[in-house]
Design a protein around this ligand. Structure first.
Ligand code: SAH
Length: 241
């Protein structure tokens, strides 16, 4: 992004730093996100970390100081790669996908959408030298309490969640508003034709045509589902009510 660029008018831009650039756009090149990419409703820049390695062997990683298993991504290589994609006046958040990060939430997704874009660093091996996390003020974000082999799938998850919210990407504007998490609750159950499937019927209320009662039923279902499945979300929601 150049100085003077108006973040609000240029499309949302993701710059991804990775050792596996061939993984992109991957699943983001099809369906909703892929069509949006073609229509330039967002843009994706993939940068190969190895291009910033020095010396004959172009090493991107080295053994951990203090000993132990595995390898660690070098701060000099990662620092250069980050500086390369950071334009002057570039205010996009710099994010390291990391199991130690704050869990990604729908609220965070909305915030990243508003930020106009992101710089995403995909870790590999044991992780990234702490000095470049501190020195480039990387924000660590986790996509869940499990360990992936690299940050690439995490980066895709994050981008997919943002891109579907961008203007013009989803068919109906309102389809983003009513979903799980947006109200603090999980979503109510859905039904469609056929009316009877394997002796199972659609709940009568949904075919009653009574919009007020349908809305009330859906809300009750959402509350009950959240209470049973996600007591943590339910507690937070009940406190706000
Ligand atoms: N040794 C690290 C795990 C390294 S996994 C630890 O115990 O914390 C290698 C890379 O995969 C990480 O650097 C990170 O970029 C990515 N990764 C793994 N799990 C992730 C998760 N849950 N969320 C986001 N990124 C993850």
């Amino acid at each position: 992004m150049q100085e003077g660029d108006d973040v609000s008018s240029s499309p949302w831009k993701a710059s991804v730093l990775t050792l596996y650039p061939d993984m992109f756009p991957g699943p983001l090149g099809t369906s909703l996100a892929g069509r949006a990419l073609e229509k330039e409703l967002w843009s994706l820049e993939t940068v190969h970390i190895r291009d910033f390695a020095q010396g004959k062997h172009r090493n991107v990683d080295d053994t951990p100081a203090g000993g132990g298993a595995g390898m660690v991504l070098r701060p000099d290589v990662i620092g250069s790669a980050i500086d390369h994609v950071t334009g002057e006046g570039d205010t996009r958040p710099r994010i390291l996908l990391s199991p130690r990060g704050k869990p990604l939430t729908q609220a965070k997704v909305r915030q990243l959408k508003e930020a106009g874009g992101v710089i995403l660093l995909c870790g590999r091996f044991e992780g990234v030298d702490q000095r470049v996390i501190d020195g480039r003020e990387l924000e660590e974000i986790s996509i869940g309490d499990y360990i992936l082999s690299g940050g690439e799938l995490g980066a895709m998850v994050l981008m997919d969640a943002v891109v579907r919210l961008l203007p013009g990407v989803m068919g109906k504007v309102e389809s983003g508003e009513d979903e799980s998490f947006e109200s603090g609750l999980l979503e109510y159950p859905h039904y469609t034709r056929p009316t009877i499937w394997e002796d199972r019927e659609i709940p009568d209320i949904l075919t009653s045509g009574h919009h007020g009662k349908i809305a009330q039923w859906r809300r009750e279902q959402a509350i009950e589902l959240t209470r049973k499945r996600r007591p943590d979300l339910y507690k937070a929601w009940a406190q706000d009510e």
